[in-house]
Design a protein around this ligand. Structure first.
Ligand code: ZN
Length: 94
């Protein structure tokens, strides 16, 4: 069956993305996506669905872990460089 431009156009007339719809949270009055829990307080339909504090604590823990990891990496990298320099110096002396 031949699929004409018109047919394809008619089919694709329903493919457009809809604009996001926001509404105000009744508890904290922040904007949130409709039919989704509020990001600020984790409430949906008048009850708490998401434990926001737990999420925040988890994020903080993750950030701290990342910071420590980056610190360890930098402290590990510096002596390596020194060793390399030392080896280069010893090579140049020879
Ligand atoms: Zn809220």
């Amino acid at each position: 069956m031949r699929n004409t431009k018109g047919h394809a156009g008619n089919r694709r007339s329903h493919h457009a993305l809809e604009e996001l719809r926001f509404s105000n949270c009744p508890k904290c009055n922040a904007l949130h996506l409709r039919h989704k829990a509020c990001n600020g307080c984790g409430n949906y339909k008048g009850r708490e669905v998401i434990d926001v504090m737990k999420k925040v604590l988890k994020k903080e823990k993750k950030n701290e872990a990342m910071k420590e990891a980056s610190k360890q990496n930098t402290s590990e990298k510096k002596p390596e460089k020194k060793e390399k320099e030392a080896s280069l110096e010893s090579l140049s002396k020879k």
